[in-house]
Design a protein around this ligand. Structure first.
Ligand code: PEP
Ligand code: MG
Length: 592
């Protein structure tokens, strides 16, 4: 038995056979049942033959076009197909270790590449290039083979859990959670989108485990304990029994139908506070309403793309989802955020879509989040943006819609987005489809937008403060990188000052402002946000019950004094020490 420590980002426990996904090389590794080994070896042999035919064809074509010399490059690759270090080694791995052929090919390649990686012998490096090319071809052909056969989930008996180096949010959205109990990843933090997705799906997840994907053998029994932030590999029977008992209990609890709390929510001194839900899927609406959500404060529309490219999201599909959100919320406000996608420069992904494990989604290069993202992407790709706006405006007549733009960095972007909305509105009116008025808001999650809040408040109808990114960019801390997670400090005085400034700027222009970042759902931080003057918060539905209880016990006037004092400190540590001494921390730190 081995215990690995990470960060629990949701709640609950999952037990299952480990399905190990290594996205760095974009190959999943799984254990084969003994009777499947022969099939897998045959598939590998067919992929080898197919690769040979393809290479011979390429060589013939090239020889005809450019002469024999260039075509000879492919002679080398054809010869390498018989190199014992690649295909033969891969077959041995499949036979001896009962692993899938695709992983075996990649592993055999990694072994050879390590041998050839000698800086004193650059010529060997060229051979690595040929080998890599060949390994990729073999894997692609194996995948073609695989399409007609059952996938890894069908080959596993009983429940499984995913252990991966990293998982993108779209991969999490796409996985079949009826068959997978939970996941664990090497990287990540509480505010990473993958973690947010785990909470909204109610999937136990532990992230930031360092090298779990290398240490956990495929097929091992793994307990994912999101409550303690730990995973247990090969548990003893006693530890497994205890986890199973907890799993049964949480299943039984989830069957109890919750009733929506009655009456408006107020602080102990009678100040009205509104809690809304951050949703990723319309299916979450009943749970959110039962928890007491008074609206949707953030619907992350990019989730509906499920990893596919935004231009593929048709108007009809989007319209159906937006309409359903509005109808199911029965007249309550629904804030839909336009796609917060991040288009990376060509060549920045990890090897091209054709080689991706289809269920893993887009590779997530963690350095690529400040490029053509959010509203910038929308304005740079007006066809995609207009399609989304058309779908939104057409759906608007089915409820109370608010549109919010992500990643706004200044007034010009907000104005440009508004012009496009007006244009699409006119276009629809011209076709006899009048859309009702819709409020247009700005996410305040880029420091420049926070600093320019006074000017932005004149062009936006409302603000939604996205503390996840605001903290990330103000403090220059990648929210997915566990190595710098200690520097991700919501209580940093700079963050508190920015939030207070945004709230005051909104108040001066008389526009509503809410907080929809994870800070709002933290029972320790929520009172301080109330102290900063905020009254509307949006959070994952699972956090609403605790937030209601915290709000009911707070005194907004005392909290205003506390917040006023807290922003004057110079360091996070001083703020924390100050709060720890006060009643506010006692209220907040007393979880329900
Ligand atoms: C945020 O940045 O706080 C936010 C709510 O947006 P997301 O987490 O989707 O980036
Ligand atoms: Mg954000």
């Amino acid at each position: 038995m081995e215990r690995l420590r990470g960060t629990g980002v949701s709640t609950g426990v999952a037990i299952g056979t480990a399905l190990v996904a290594v996205q760095r090389t974009q190959v999943i590794r799984y254990q084969l049942a003994p009777e499947r080994v022969a099939d897998e070896l045959a598939a590998l042999e067919r992929a080898r033959q197919r690769s040979r035919e393809q290479l011979q064809q390429v060589r013939r074509r090239l020889a005809a076009l450019r002469g024999r010399e260039l075509a000879a490059i492919f002679d080398a690759q054809i010869l390498l197909l018989d190199d014992p270090m690649l295909a033969t080694r891969a077959s041995a791995l499949v036979r001896d270790e009962r692993v899938n052929a695709e992983w075996a090919v990649q592993h055999a390649f990694d072994e050879v590449a390590a041998l050839l990686n000698d800086p004193a012998e650059p010529a060997l490096g060229e051979r690595t290039g040929d080998l890599r090319d060949l390994a990729q071809r073999l894997r692609a052909n194996l995948r073609t083979e695989q399409r007609g056969r059952s996938g890894p989930f069908e080959q596993l008996d009983g429940p499984c859990v995913v252990v991966a180096d990293e998982l993108t949010p779209s991969a999490v959205a796409q996985l079949d959670w009826t068959r997978i109990g939970g996941f664990a990843t090497d990287i990540g933090s509480r505010t990473h989108h993958t973690a947010i997705m785990a909470r909204s799906l109610g999937v136990p997840a532990v992230v930031g485990l360092g090298d779990a994907s290398l240490r956990v053998p495929a097929g091992a029994t793994v307990i994912i304990d999101a409550d303690s932030g730990e995973i247990v590999v090969d548990p003893t029977p006693a530890v497994q029994r205890e986890a199973e008992a907890r799993l049964r209990l949480s299943r039984a609890r989830s069957l109890v139908v919750a009733r929506a709390p009655e009456g408006p929510l107020t602080t102990a001194d009678g100040l009205r506070i509104t809690l809304e839900a951050n949703l990723d899927r319309p299916e979450e609406i009943p749970g959110a309403l039962a928890a007491g959500a008074e609206g949707i404060g953030l619907y992350r529309s990019e989730v509906l793309l499920a990893g596919s490219r935004p231009e593929r999201a048709g108007e009809a599909h989007q319209y159906a989802i937006y309409r359903r959100l509005l109808e199911d919320m029965r007249g309550r406000p629904v804030t839909i955020r336009t796609f917060d996608v991040d288009e990376r420069p060509p060549g920045r992904d990890l090897g091209g879509g054709s080689l991706q494990a289809p269920w893993l989604g887009e590779p997530d290069t963690r350095d690529g989040h400040a490029g053509l993202r959010g509203i910038r992407f929308a304005l740079a790709t007006p066809t995609i943006f207009r399609t989304q706006l058309r779908a939104l405006l057409r759906a608007a007549s089915h409820g109370w819609l608010r549109i919010v733009f992500p990643f706004v960095s200044g007034v010009e972007e907000m104005r440009a987005a508004r012009r496009l909305v007006d244009d699409v509105r006119q276009e629809l009116a011209g076709a006899g489809q009048e859309a009702p008025p819709v409020l247009l808001g700005a996410m305040i999650e880029v420091p420049s937008a926070a600093l320019m809040a006074a000017a932005l408040a004149c062009t936006a109808d409302f603000f939604a403060i996205g503390t996840n990114d605001l903290i990330q960019y103000t403090l220059a801390v990648d929210r997915a990188d566990e190595r710098v997670s200690a520097h991700y400090q919501p209580l940093h005085p700079a963050i508190l000052r920015l939030i207070r400034h945004v709230r005051r700027s909104a108040a001066r222009e008389g526009i509503p402002v809410s907080v929809c970042g994870e800070m709002a759902s933290d029972p320790v931080l929520l009172p301080l946000l109330i102290g900063c003057g905020l009254r509307t918060f949006s959070m994952t539905p699972a956090a609403i019950a605790a937030a209601r209880a915290v709000v009911g016990r707070t005194d907004s006037r005392a909290l205003a004094r506390v917040a006023g004092h807290a922003v004057r400190f110079g360091t996070t540590e001083e703020v924390e020490r100050y709060l720890a001494r006060l009643e506010v921390s006692a209220v907040a730190a007393d979880p329900v």
